[in-house]
Design a protein around this ligand. Structure first.
Ligand code: NAP
Ligand code: GLV
Length: 316
């Protein structure tokens, strides 16, 4: 744990993260930290830094001395959707080893479950059916990953280490040993044409919203599987249901949804070809990520450049 001896005030605002989980490691790493939890913020002019997940729109704009905003999540789409977000305060997204490891575990779990047909064997078990299915080796399976950032490239590396034939796609060119790296619009078509399983780990931006749609599904090999661990609004949900009905897509593993929690009457719940998890692919863990926030505050106070500052023009 980094020790940072500063008198500074941090506002924590999240409806879903537990402030107590963060208070202990932050205060341990920053003796003297004045840790305030929304809505008990005291004088707004006291607040130097904010650590937030989906704060009330307008909250950040009401803090006149704010020096930086730290996002509790890797994705900052919800923060950027607040039209009052102060544009002169740096917005730092969460990049943390624990967050990356969690996502890679989740992606590998679901890729391996698809690869080794665990759902089909569970169904056969329920019917007391002893029937070996044709199996393949990982190196005979082509995986495509949309997004080769902090999360996508770690997942790509781990899947390649498991011997899958992995390709990834990003906006700008990349080089990852053992992974075919493609970029730009032509790169996307090439990646789709070879992906029996497609994993989405893109940020949600105006350029990526709705990218998982009928047109994209039609470019995948027939019977491909989709995994979305990024944001619900990457996916056009009606297009997925239609693609599954037609057999173009065999099924999907979804962690994120346009509306969360997923409404009880949503057709995804009852479709056996859709595997659902409740936005748990990789939660930010205070015991791992508090050190990232402390390091960010240390840098800001020392006048050093902040890391992982969001480029608001790009949207991530
Ligand atoms: P990141 O480091 O910013 O990486 C984003 C990647 O997407 C980069 O490779 C970027 O390309 C690529 N990209 C962005 N826009 C693109 C476009 N228009 N065309 C092609 N490629 C594009 O983000 P990250 O930390 O990996 O996180 C990705 C997302 O995962 C987050 O934004 C969040 O929505 C989601 N997430 C979900 C969970 C969960 O529990 N379900 C947890 C954490 C994060 P360049 O490198 O060329 O810029
Ligand atoms: C979670 O969804 C995140 O963006 O970290």
């Amino acid at each position: 744990m980094i020790l940072c001896r500063l008198m500074t005030t941090l506002l924590f605002a999240s409806a879903t993260d537990d402030a107590a989980d963060w208070a202990a490691p932050l205060k341990e790493g920053m003796p003297g930290l004045d840790f305030r939890v929304w809505p008990d913020i005291g004088d707004p002019a006291d607040i130097d830094y904010a650590l937030v997940w989906k704060p009330e729109p307008g909250l950040l704009a009401s803090l006149p001395r704010l020096k930086a905003i730290f996002s509790l999540g890797a994705g900052v789409d919800a923060l950027l959707a607040d039209p009052t977000l102060p544009d002169d305060v740096p917005l730092v997204r969460m990049v943390d080893r624990g967050l990356t490891e969690g996502m890679t575990e989740w992606v590998c779990t679901h890729v391996l479950a698809w690869h080794r047909q665990t759902a089909a064997y569970r169904e056969q078990q329920a019917a007391r059916l002893w029937r070996p299915l044709p199996e393949k080796l990982a190196r005979e399976r082509r995986i495509g990953i949309l997004g080769l950032g902090e999360l996508g490239r770690d997942a790509a590396r781990m899947l390649a280490a498991l011997r899958f034939d992995v390709a990834g796609w990003s906006r700008t060119p990349k080089e990852i040993p053992g992974v075919l790296c493609l970029h730009g619009p032509e790169g996307l078509d090439a990646l789709l044409a070879r992906s029996e399983l497609l994993v989405c780990l893109l940020p949600l931006t105006p350029a990526t919203e709705g990218i998982l749609n009928a047109e994209l599904f039609a470019k995948l090999p027939r019977g491909a599987w989709l995994i979305n661990a990024a944001r619900g609004r990457h996916l056009v949900e009606a297009d997925l249901l239609a693609a599954i009905r037609s057999g173009q897509i065999a099924g999907a593993t979804l962690d994120v949804f346009t509306t969360e929690p997923l409404p009880a009457d949503h057709p995804f719940w009852s479709d056996p070809r859709i595997v659902i998890s409740p936005h748990v692919a990789s939660p930010t863990l205070a015991r791992s990520a508090a050190a990232r926030v402390i390091e960010g505050i240390r840098r800001a106070e020392a006048g050093e450049a902040l890391q992982h500052v969001v480029d608001r023009r790009r949207g991530y």
